[in-house]
Design a protein around this ligand. Structure first.
Ligand SMILES: *[C@@H]1O[C@H](CO)[C@@H](O)[C@H](O)[C@H]1NC(C)=O
Ligand SMILES: [Cu+2]
Length: 555
């Protein structure tokens, strides 16, 4: 008889290993993972988000991309179909250059900010834009002067209320921020509400000039509070967005500067019921000075910002300095770091196209995988062949692969240069899909066998999920993942919550059929309402696809 193991929540082994330096793998081991060039994005992918199991929404800045929108202007936004590798152009009227996005709890994405007019487009500095990917032929609607003031390089987050936070930015495109253009405020867009008023946010004054695209993570709690960790330059705060007060200051992160143009990466590590959803933030990479030859930071710091004695625990960034790294939370609860370069900082190249001087060079071709539990780095992964520098992105797919695109360190499309405007879409297959073990298949969720439309679930709901397994000794785990909105090394609202599996029963007539009871996250501070995905894994091998769900504030 086959044995089905589920994660024993209360006895989950918690690693007690303290900060470990590198654990080099055997030199002889062949590198793991696989890269495939899969398609042509036709639009440079400065910003992307995945909207369902087959579509990635792409947003660029104003430039003459390969396709046009309906009115004949060059398209700057489109939908990439992962199954067909085809692109559908979307219609915009304002410039989206260095903007941000996040979902409302109702399934509409709010996108905000941008820059000056051109190519038939209006200015986008104050624009807000809405799109509901579940609509047939979804397209943008815009309010060009939606925001009271301008935001280029703002950060955004979905809040526990289902509303969307927009924070910071500057009134103009700039190499680094300055007081004349700084916008040290935030605003909260509410479902059904009108234009919000900006609120002052002092961290964005005292972190000058390195405060653009501040890092922003909503923090779990059991007090129904809208708390977030906000970090810019080399320090951060915990802030209460209902009370409008700083709850605590977090110590300075040593090593250098982590925000644009010395861009590092910040990720909220997976939240686990066994650790009572203790939030640990990991910030990696960046640089010390805006110099082309300056080696990127090879350090990471991790911290629980809610700990009253919060201290940074420093780690080595897998042994390689990186500026502009992207991080993708994998279904296994590990973090994939990829893209970026090993020297310099973010920005366009200097000099002519024929003889450009790139601000960031020495591309980091090899992805790393970080295990937040053991603190080990897996670095013997196959390198990509494509440089992914300024304006490159990556996102997790439904089947556990990672889609990677972009790189465009110039103001206008340039092809045939050392680091061109990059239109090749690439797929990274992580080692967990190369084990030879059979992927589980999800066959129903909450009684529904239609698994490509979002299934509504509520907090704490115990959801019945049926799967088929093909492994001899199954070990089933489950997680809810918000795959986030990616731009400029940021994964806005990206989150991973491991789920309790309260029971697993297999069909006596067919040992491959298993019925699971999976408990959804306990409240909207753990993961805000709106679109997410339910991933099921068997011995760390993800199901053939994950199921789009929609977390609802109430039944
Ligand atoms: C969600 O709320 C936003 C903000 O009020 C609104 O623009 C959008 O139309 C709503 N979406 C749906 C699907 O109701
Ligand atoms: Cu940019």
């Amino acid at each position: 008889m086959r044995v089905i193991n589920i994660l024993p929540i209360l006895t989950l082994g918690i690693s007690l290993i303290s900060a470990s330096p590198l654990h080099p793998r055997q030199a002889a081991a062949p590198p793991m993972g696989q890269w495939d060039i899969v398609g042509d994005t036709k639009i440079a992918t400065m910003h992307i988000f995945r909207a369902n199991n087959k579509e990635i929404y792409m947003i660029d800045k104003l430039e003459v991309n390969k396709i046009k929108q309906a009115n004949g202007n060059p398209a700057i936004s489109g939908v990439y179909n992962i199954e067909t590798n085809e692109v559908r152009a979307l219609d915009l009227t304002t410039d989206t250059f260095c903007s941000a996005g996040s979902f409302f709890g109702n399934g509409t994405l709010l996108h905000a900010g941008g820059a000056e007019a051109g190519l038939g487009y209006n200015p986008g500095y104050q624009s807000v834009r809405f799109i509901t990917p579940s609509d047939p032929n979804a397209d943008w609607s815009e309010i060009p002067d939606g925001m009271v003031n301008s935001r280029w390089y703002p950060a955004m987050a979905s809040l526990p209320s289902g509303n969307v936070l927009i924070m910071g930015g500057s009134a103009k495109g700039t190499g680094k921020n300055n007081d004349a253009i700084n916008n040290p405020t935030y605003e909260i867009w509410t479902i059904g509400g009108g234009q919000p008023q900006p609120v002052n946010f002092p961290l964005l004054v005292d972190s000058m000039p390195y405060n653009l695209y501040p890092f922003l993570h909503v923090l779990p709690n059991f007090d129904n509070k809208q708390l977030a960790f906000v970090f810019a330059n080399d320090h951060g705060v915990v802030y209460d967005f209902d009370a409008g007060v700083v709850v605590s200051n977090v110590p300075k992160l040593p090593g250098g500067i982590r925000s644009y143009p010395l861009t590092g990466n910040s990720v909220l590590l997976p939240l686990r019921p066994s650790l009572n959803y203790k939030p640990v933030v990991m910030i990696c990479g960046g640089n010390t000075v805006m110099e082309i030859t300056s080696p990127a930071l090879a350090s990471c710091g991790r911290i629980d910002p809610t700990d009253p004695n919060a201290q940074w625990e420093m780690d080595n960034f897998g042994g390689t300095g990186r500026v502009m790294p992207d991080s993708v939370l994998l279904p296994t609860g590990k973090v994939l770091y990829l893209n970026g370069g090993q020297t310099g900082y973010a920005g366009y190249h200097q000099g002519p196209k024929d003889n450009p001087l790139y601000l960031c060079d020495n591309p980091a071709f090899t992805p790393f995988i970080y295990d937040p539990e053991t603190k080990e780095w897996t670095t013997n992964l196959v390198p990509s062949t494509i440089a992914r520098l300024y304006h490159s992105v990556a996102t997790l797919l439904s089947d556990g692969r990672v889609w990677v695109s972009g790189s465009n360190p110039q103001g206008n499309v340039q092809l045939g240069t050392k680091y061109p405007t990059e239109y090749r879409a690439e797929m990274f297959t992580p080692p967990y899909l190369q084990t030879g073990l059979t992927n589980p298949v999800i066959t129903s969720v909450a009684g529904s066998t239609t698994l490509d439309a979002r299934i509504p679930v509520t907090y704490n709901q115990v959801v019945e999920v049926t799967i088929t397994t093909g492994q001899v000794n199954s070990f089933i785990t489950a997680a809810v993942i918000n795959t986030g909105f990616f731009t400029h090394s940021q994964g806005f609202s990206q989150r991973y919550v491991m789920c309790k599996i309260t029971s697993a029963v297999y069909d006596p007539n067919n040992q491959n059929y298993v019925t699971l009871n999976i408990e959804m996250p306990p409240n909207p501070t753990i993961i805000p309402p709106g679109p997410s995905y339910l991933y099921i894994l068997d011995n760390d091998v993800p199901a053939t696809f994950s199921v789009p769900i929609s977390l609802q504030a109430s039944a």
